[in-house]
Design a protein around this ligand. Structure first.
Ligand code: SF4
Length: 387
């Protein structure tokens, strides 16, 4: 059950908010269903002395709660319901922008927090969700608000799943269907790939989250072994690569990971991924004034992508104050952005501007968490990283 579920009061399981480390629920014998796949839940039920046969129905009902109220009611053996239904997350803050973009700050059991974002789609009845994979991030991308927090920890499978459920409930409350999910929130998904993959398997599976593999996008700053490992899972989810510069020098300035993984190597790995699954890879490129928005850089990017089935998403920069290295970045001018996309298109590259989302709220990843933590004086730990 998720606290954001508008129908939560009718849910058949008792509602338990977990307030400390994840092993506490094991001690008190109450579990969060978001942490379980079918095999794991069957084992748990058997260990408790209940029939494993209940597990499939319980999990299906857990994932469908909020979509069809009739499916939330079913008989369970005496005592079993009381052991189910714990939540690993709770909504600590919610910001709704004029355009309907909704940013949730989800408090975790250990007092930390992550952000998830619901973005209304062009179709009035659809929405897209953006999910975090880690608390903070060690990648240190210079223009990113999350990078300033440092890395704190990986999210568990259940904490990722509950973001999906929270966003889906949020979408339902606005008469929209959560149509797609992107792992572009806080963190580098490839550095928590085991948990991301397990969560995707539950989110996408027909009998659980029901989203579908092709509706999920995993992004990376260019961690080549991660791209290869994701390909090896055979899931066939969409891949997005945050490139942000066509040359290694500019890229290494913006993204420290660029010192380790060169542009050519990243694009080759992305190309192999694309060939394996047949879907275009999306290249994310945040246009920064007089940093990566020149005509020459557009030409270089076009040359790099020529002949590859990759399309470019050009992003508008949301200012987040001085960067990690003390730089102050600005969004590219409209004229520079128009020239940049025109140059790409002139070379036959498919390119789009990504619609700015929630400009009137703390739209950049990590901003709401930063603000809320400041407001509540919770200490934010920072972790040094070397790439
Ligand atoms: S842009 Fe993504 S990978 Fe880079 S620091 Fe921010 S959260 Fe991490």
């Amino acid at each position: 059950m998720h606290p954001a579920d508008p129908c939560a009061k009718n849910y058949p399981f008792p509602r338990v908010r977990l307030g400390s480390a994840s092993n506490r629920w094991q001690m008190v014998g109450v579990i969060a269903l978001s942490e379980y796949d079918l095999g794991g839940l069957q084992e748990r039920f058997a260990a408790w002395g209940y029939s494993p046969a209940h597990a499939a129905r319980v999990l299906r009902a857990y994932y469908s709660a909020g979509t069809d109220p009739r499916r939330r009611r079913w008989p369970l053996p005496r005592g079993l319901a009381e052991r189910l239904g714990a939540s690993l997350t709770s909504v600590a803050a919610r910001q709704v922008a004029d355009d309907g973009t909704t940013k949730l700050l989800l408090r975790l059991g250990d007092g930390r927090a992550v952000e998830s974002v619901l973005m209304p789609a062009y179709r009035g009845d659809r929405a897209a969700g953006c999910i975090s994979s880690q608390v903070g991030c060690a990648m240190g991308c210079d223009f990113c608000a999350t990078a300033k927090m440092g890395f704190e920890r990986n999210l568990s499978v259940g904490e990722i799943v509950e973001q999906f459920l929270a966003l889906r409930s949020e979408a339902h409350s606005r008469d929209r269907k959560l149509q797609t999910v992107v792992f572009m929130g806080m963190g580098e998904p490839m550095l928590n790939l085991d948990n991301v993959v397990k969560a995707v398997e539950r989110i996408a599976a027909n009998d659980l989250g029901g989203l579908g593999w092709r509706q999920v996008t995993v992004s990376t700053v260019g961690i080549v072994p991660g791209i290869e490992a994701l390909a090896a899972t055979g899931l066939g989810v969409n891949l997005a690569v945050s490139l942000h510069a066509p040359d290694d020098e500019t890229r290494a300035r913006l993204l420290p990971a660029g010192k380790r993984f060169k542009v050519g190597t990243i694009l080759d790995a992305a190309q192999a991924y694309q060939s394996a699954f047949g879907r275009p890879v999306s290249i994310q490129y945040c246009l920064l004034r007089e940093v990566n928005d020149s005509h020459a850089q557009a030409q270089e990017l076009a040359k790099l992508l020529s002949g590859r089935k990759m399309h470019v998403n050009l992003l508008r920069y949301n200012p987040t104050g001085p960067s990690l290295r003390g730089e102050t970045y600005a969004a590219a001018s409209d004229k520079a952005a128009d020239l940049f996309i025109a140059e790409l298109r002139a070379h036959g590259i498919v390119a789009h501007f990504r619609r700015p989302r929630g400009p009137d709220i703390d739209a950049a990843c990590g901003q709401l968490r930063q603000k809320t933590y400041k407001a509540s004086s919770i200490e934010i730990r920072k972790t040094d990283f070397n790439t």
